[in-house]
Ligand binder design. Structure first.
Ligand code: HEM
Length: 448
């Protein structure tokens, strides 16, 4: 199955490199496996070809899929000059001003700017904001009646990210309320067409792209109002929200970040910040319902004011239910050498995070939800890669973990979660994130 290739026969110093083994099925069949039955297809291909192989799928073309820890480390440590972002990527609908659209030094500059927004000083109120939003959302939870926890988690995460991005200024109240209504359907339709090529203009209006354009237009209108208000704010210099940082910032040549780019960037953060975190939180409750021992220990720890097990539970959850299962890159240098393999220019490289997390040599009994794996340890990349790695590692990783920690703590302080032997919820792929298919159903009682 393996094609042997001499990379450069004239160069004797270059060792012989191999092409990764190729999945030999029609492109459409591979595409269906990749898009619809990804988990099963990947397991089958790993069994057959090993932890590096090449697929050929619609939109991404010939793509090398890697889940071997050593090879993943090489992908993560490659520079963004060697490996650029995968094409197509989410800037398809976030727009060309999103950090996701940049590579090389413009990407590093934008990341530096964003890092300032997530600096601990800017997040001083974060704990209180997350706690308040959680209490507000839980106030109406029904008792002794099963309900989906995904939507409440969506609303908590959306409110938290809206306050992080736009600040908590009373003057913005109406606009934030409008955003709360527009953003969930915008994210839903955006995910469905995230990687699909846009149709020609004449067909756009009667396709999901037309719906996306409508929501996006409404979003941009509100975001521009908030940008104009921030520009005129005499206290702009003291503000620590992301919008204020973007409005104040100047590039090395003194130019401002345009309003268009700011709209793209804030949408990126609102979508990434709310959808990933709430999906991970819904999975957390789905797992705890089925793991009474872990839940009981967590409640004891909360009551005693501890947090080690809670932190370990979050890391284990992000391993056993990886909400973003793939990180993609494209080879931009003449070739990219990955261990004994040579990947030519233009080829896509997918790191299959979920398969890295399910490697029994790294995580014994990988299907088991066992937070003790992470007690007293760090997260140990590259064997744990829930936030991706290298220069494109998730910019919101620390706030996401902090948010999950505070939401979980607040819920456990206030509610008793019923446990039972319900069968595991299946995973449902929304186009970008994997969510519990039934929405993470739980039954709770208020703790008195
Ligand atoms: C549990 C929650 C989250 C998970 C599991 C998650 C996971 C990821 C992953 C796997 C990547 C791709 C990294 C790569 O390509 O190597 C990523 C990128 C990104 N994430 Fe997150 N994320 C989460 C929360 C957040 C939050 C809260 C924000 C913002 C507030 C955020 C913003 C971003 C952005 C902007 C990128 C693109 C970075 C770039 O291209 O340079 N994420 N995330």
């Amino acid at each position: 199955m393996t094609d042997l290739a001499v990379a450069n026969p004239s160069d004797t110093a270059t060792p012989t490199r191999l092409n990764p083994p190729r999945v030999r099925l029609p492109k459409l069949v591979q595409g269906i496996g990749f898009a619809v039955f990804r988990h099963r297809a990947m397991r089958h291909w790993i069994k057959r070809y090993g932890r590096i192989f090449e697929i050929n799928v619609p939109f991404f073309g010939r793509s090398v899929v890697v889940s071997d820890p050593a090879l993943v480390r090489s992908v993560c440590t490659a520079s963004t000059e060697q490996l650029v972002n995968v094409q197509p990527n989410l800037s398809n609908w976030f727009g060309p001003g999103s950090v996701i659209a940049f590579d090389g030094s413009p990407h590093r500059d934008r990341r530096r700017l964003l890092a300032r927004a997530f600096h601990s000083q800017c997040l001083t109120n974060f704990e209180k904001v997350v706690e308040d939003e959680t209490l507000r959302e839980c106030a109406n939870w029904p008792e002794n009646k099963e309900f989906r926890v995904l939507e409440p988690m969506n609303r908590i995460a959306l409110n938290v990210i809206l306050r992080t991005v736009f600040g908590a200024d009373e003057a913005n109240r109406d606009e934030l309320q409008q955003l709360r209504e527009i953003i969930p359907p915008l994210i839903k339709v955006g995910q469905r067409i995230a990687f699909a090529p846009a149709p020609p203009a004449w067909a756009r209006r009667c396709s999901p792209w037309g719906k996306l354009d409508e929501f996006r237009g409404a979003f941009d209108h509100i975001a521009c109002t908030l940008i104009a208000r921030a520009e005129a704010d005499p206290r702009l210099g003291e503000r620590t929200d992301m919008l204020a940082l973007l409005v104040r910032s100047r590039r090395a040549n003194g130019t401002r970040v345009s309003r268009r780019d700011i709209c793209d960037e804030v949408l990126t953060h609102i979508a990434a910040g709310s959808e990933n975190t709430s999906s991970a939180l819904a999975w957390t409750f789905e797992r705890l319902r089925r793991h009474p021992d872990v839940l009981a220990e967590l409640v004891d720890e909360v009551d005693e004011g501890g947090r080690d097990l809670r932190r370990a539970t979050i890391l284990e959850l992000l391993r056993v239910r990886t909400v973003l299962d793939i990180a993609g890159r494209r080879v931009s240098s003449s070739h990219f050498d990955l261990g004994q393999w040579r990947i030519p220019q233009g080829r896509t490289v997918f790191v299959r995070i979920a398969d890295l997390h399910e490697n029994p040599e790294v995580f014994p009994h990988p299907e088991k939800f066992d937070p003790s794996r992470f007690q007293g340890t760090g997260s140990a990349t590259p064997t744990w890669l829930a936030f991706g790695g290298g220069e494109r590692r998730c910019v919101g990783a620390d706030p996401a973990i902090a948010e999950m920690d505070i939401v979980l703590r607040t819920v456990l302080q206030n509610f008793r979660i019923h446990t039972d032997a319900a069968s595991d919820e299946k995973s449902y792929f929304r186009g970008v994130v994997h969510i519990p298919k039934l929405g993470g159903r739980v039954v709770v009682n208020r703790r008195r």
